[in-house]
Design a binder for this molecule. Structure first.
Ligand code: NOJ
Length: 552
């Protein structure tokens, strides 16, 4: 089993990380250029989101060839060089495997369209309901909705059937009940393992096992019927075994999952994955569970979720992936922090809050700078298929353009996809030409060069957190217990390990608050391990984080 507990993963979205060849699109050689920066940050693994051949309808999560690199991002020689150059600096590469669906441009789907029976059986094809005659599509087989809005079914005359796509219409779902599909996908994973990859992230992997009977979801949009579906654990164990990746660093993206399944996905005894991403904590500001309805974050719910997942996974030997940000999420400092007056304080507090929990922390590019949401004000600025669909649907529902743009400004995935801010030069040092997606205007102040000159920067704080996890077994191995449970403003927990204790106090408010069950005087004899303000006061200051260490 890879040693995962004291490791830190850095997520790279290559398209927006660094453009090395002046076409406005980030690429693999851009990542090579920045390896020194990443090694200096101190992270262990680099997870790169997909750079395989793709029509880029969903920015690479629509894979047309799993075994070839999209020329936009570079060549296989660039990839091999990246693996080697990274290893020379102590960095390991993790790849993103999109095995739930392919692009409709993948040769498997193209062959299915051409009538090849073998490949028709790679996908999930069904007759419509209420057909009046042969050749009549009828209605979609079920009422399931796709993740990007609208039916999850598409009628395709060349197939004479509806095909299932849980994401964009250009992303047909693969049929995992077909052993040949499972075999082919295991070969794909093995191929990359043999090229020197040290780990894998599996995209929406808990959606691969569809229900045995396809029926309408009478209570929702279908998700609960196909998340963590039948045979999912069997399929994962088989994949791990056939691809030969047992013991490697692996993480599954688990959509709409639950705690008992995540225990099974990650408990070492089951030989499935090393850890799981779950998303409940990033839905506490969805009104009625709807991403496109704005609401203030529900702090009580956030606290409850952390307590349940942290202690529940610990009790059953499961392991969490710890994260606030990725390429599908708005920036956390704009969401749960304050991206203006207290940007630095709140970014540091949010970082410490998650990094000192039990699990493996993930840093998403730019998070270590406190990068903020994009601040786009025109629909022309957006690129993401989900955001563009949502905008159309919001207008259809009667929202004004301003209202819809306000919602996108808070919720769009493009908030996390703006170019990495390397310097205050034109195009933020990301490229020498206009990037494929507009920059966030604040790059002139928020950038790597500026952060490197400031010993109190958010970047410096991240480096300290990384070092602490590497050096202190209590952070990697300790038990966890949540305290201040009825305090609505503070997330607080204690870690304990072999007579050592770490207490983490995080104020999520822009005002000073007091603790309910302790006073800061109680920690007079403890060492302040890390914090985002000098010294300590009676009350926690706005967005203050205080971490105390003691030996009992
Ligand atoms: C999750 C990925 O993170 C997201 O970017 C993508 O759109 C969907 N899976 C579909 O592959």
């Amino acid at each position: 089993m890879a040693d995962i507990k004291n490791k830190i993963v850095y997520q790279i979205y290559p398209k927006s990380f660094k453009d090395s060849n002046g076409d406005g699109i980030g690429d693999l050689r851009g990542v090579i250029e920045k390896l020194d920066y990443l090694a200096d940050l101190g992270v262990d693994y680099l997870w790169l989101t997909p750079f395989f051949v793709s029509p880029q309808k969903d920015n690479g999560y629509d894979v047309a060839d799993y075994l070839a690199i999209d020329p936009r991002f570079g060549t296989m020689a660039d990839f091999d060089e990246l693996v080697q150059a990274a290893a020379a600096k102590g960095l390991k590469i993790m790849l993103d495997m999109v095995l739930c669906h392919t692009s409709d441009q993948h040769q498997w789907f193209q062959r299915a369209l051409a009538g090849d029976e073998k490949y028709r059986q790679y996908y999930i094809l069904r007759d419509g309901r209420h057909k009046k005659s042969e050749g009549d599509p009828g209605e979609p087989p079920t009422n399931w909705q796709c993740a990007f809005g609208g039916s999850a079914w598409q009628w395709e005359p060349r197939l004479g059937k509806w095909y299932l796509h849980l994401h964009d219409v250009s992303q047909p779902d693969l049929d995992w009940t077909n052993p040949q599909v499972r075999e082919e996908l295991a070969k794909v994973v093995r191929f990359w393992k043999e090229r020197g990859v040290a780990g894998f992230r599996f995209d929406v992997i808990n959606l691969i096992a569809k229900p045995e009977i396809f029926a309408d979801d009478t209570k929702g949009l279908g998700r609960r019927l196909f998340a963590d579906g039948p045979h999912i654990h069997e399929y994962l164990r088989e994949l791990v075994q056939k691809a030969g990746i047992d013991g490697m660093m692996t993480v599954g993206e688990m959509a709409s999952t639950d705690l008992p399944n995540c225990v099974l996905y990650t408990r070492p005894a089951d030989h499935e994955l090393s850890m799981a991403f779950s998303f409940h904590h990033l839905k506490v500001d969805y009104k009625d569970g709807d991403k496109w309805s704005l609401m203030e974050p529900d702090m009580a719910e956030l606290k409850r979720l952390f307590a349940d997942w942290q202690t529940g996974m610990a009790k059953a030997d499961g392991w969490n992936a710890l994260f606030w940000c990725n390429h599908d999420q708005p920036r956390i400092v704009s969401r749960l922090g304050d991206d203006k007056k207290y940007r630095v304080e709140s970014a540091k507090m949010l970082a410490a809050c998650i990094h000192l929990m039990r699990g493996t922390p993930y840093i998403y590019q730019g998070e270590e700078l406190g990068m903020t949401n994009a601040g786009y004000t025109s629909i022309e600025d957006y690129r993401d298929v989900e955001s563009l669909n949502a905008y159309r649907i919001l207008l259809e529902q009667g929202k004004t353009e301003d209202e819809a743009l306000k919602i996108l400004a808070a919720r769009s995935r493009d908030n996390g996809r703006t170019p990495m801010q390397w310097s205050n030069q034109k195009y933020a040092g990301f490229s020498t030409v206009e990037p494929w997606i507009p920059l966030t205007k604040n790059y002139t102040a928020i950038n790597v060069e500026a952060a490197q000159k400031n010993e109190n920067s958010i970047l410096a704080f991240y480096k300290t957190l990384i070092k602490l996890r590497h050096e202190m077994p209590i952070i990697a191995e300790g038990d966890i217990r949540f305290i201040e449970e009825d305090n609505p403003h503070v997330i607080a927990y204690e870690r304990a390990w072999q007579g050592e204790r770490l207490t983490v106090l995080c104020n999520f408010r822009p005002t000073s608050v007091k603790l309910c069950h302790a006073t800061l005087q109680d920690f007079a004899g403890s060492q302040k391990l890390i914090g985002n303000y000098p010294g300590r006061e009676e009350r926690l200051r706005p967005y203050e984080v205080l971490v105390f260490y003691s030996r009992t």
